[in-house]
Design a protein around this ligand. Structure first.
Ligand code: DGY
Length: 331
């Protein structure tokens, strides 16, 4: 008798995805607690799996893949980013890796805007002041921030999310600069965005929003040197991956007035936040929630489950990131 397909979900995901899994593979298992598995739990739980549904908080490296063993056919990551998965290690072992692109583009771009506004108009800082009972009347010098309408927006990485952030600037009549390895002609045509060098973008932008994947080449590419190129009145927003910014350098720049402010949704050593950042008022922080809307998370869960189900049915999963594995797949 054929052995049952073994699937493990590392943490509870929205019901839309779980229902799909239940319908196709009612025997699937899931971490019953709403918390990140420890390393030893993860290594134990993956044993003998055919399919793993992982989150961006799970480090899926060669050790995990070897602990799973030769049956592991697919790692379906519940995120568009997949820097938590060692892709070469998966490819070498013939394991399909999938992600959830597209469905979180607008939610993430909306959040980048929420952060930009919150930083420029000092929303958390002034709300704290008000709640503390310190508001004794309107003041001409109270909580002065930065203008947004008509200013220059710099987009680092004009892929899906960067493009969406740029498009949303239309309502604010902003000039848009972008930097990317490849040109984005649609963005240029639609809103007259200009492709410039990173240096020019940093020098000219009033707001810089980061949308690059985490790669060896993007790690700490916002650092002391690049921060010093920015205007003293500029704001930095990051909704991509934490390690693209050197947090110690950012804390110093914010403290010393090298830039006016920043807003971060992602952190270098998540869930830890650099202690110097926590001391600053000219910084807005959210806990990696840029894609956290009900509809978006349902779509991500459905997408991750569909990718897993397709791969286990011997079909090419719709959001395969290591295409080269498909050709030589072990089915
Ligand atoms: C992702 O999907 O990569 C985001 O960081 C979380 O939604």
């Amino acid at each position: 008798m054929a052995e049952k397909i073994k699937i493990y979900v590392t943490r509870r995901i929205p019901d839309a995805g779980l229902e799909l899994l239940r319908k196709n593979h009612p025997q699937f298992e899931m971490n019953p607690e709403d918390r990140i598995l420890t390393r030893s739990e993860l290594l134990e739980k993956v044993r003998g799996l055919d399919g793993l549904l992982s989150l961006l908080t799970d480090k899926i490296d060669g050790e995990v893949m070897d602990a799973a063993g030769p049956r592991l056919k697919v790692i379906a990551n519940h995120a568009v980013g997949f820097d938590n998965v060692d892709l070469p290690a998966a490819t070498q072992r013939g394991i399909l890796v999938t992600n959830t692109p597209g469905v979180l583009t607008d939610a993430t771009a909306d959040h980048a805007w929420a952060l930009l506004f919150a930083a420029a108009r000092r929303i958390p800082e002034s709300e704290k002041f008000l709640r503390a009972g310190k508001f004794t009347g309107w003041g001409p010098l109270m909580f002065l921030g930065g203008d947004i309408t008509g200013r220059t927006l710099g987009i680092i990485g004009a892929g899906r999310i960067g493009h969406s952030v740029a498009m949303k600037s239309k309502g604010f009549g902003m000039r848009v600069l972008y930097t990317d390895e490849v040109a984005n002609p649609a963005l240029e045509q639609e809103i007259g965005a200009q492709k410039v060098s990173l240096e020019e973008l940093l020098r000219e932008s009033d707001f810089v929003s980061v949308h690059v994947p985490l790669l060896p080449s993007t790690r700490h590419f916002i650092n002391q040197e690049t921060l010093r190129l920015m205007k003293k009145t500029a704001y930095l927003v990051n909704t991509s991956r934490g390690p693209v910014i050197d947090e110690a350098a950012l804390a110093e720049a914010l403290r010393d007035g090298v830039i006016a402010g920043a807003a971060l949704d992602v952190f270098e050593n998540e869930p830890a936040v650099h202690p110097e950042l926590l001391k600053l008022d000219n910084l807005v922080l959210t806990p990696h929630t840029a894609s956290a809307t009900v509809a978006t998370r349902n779509k991500m869960a459905t997408m991750a489950a569909s990718n897993l189900i397709a791969a286990l049915a011997g079909q090419q999963p719709p959001n395969l990131v290591n295409d080269e594995v498909w050709g030589k797949h072990r089915t």
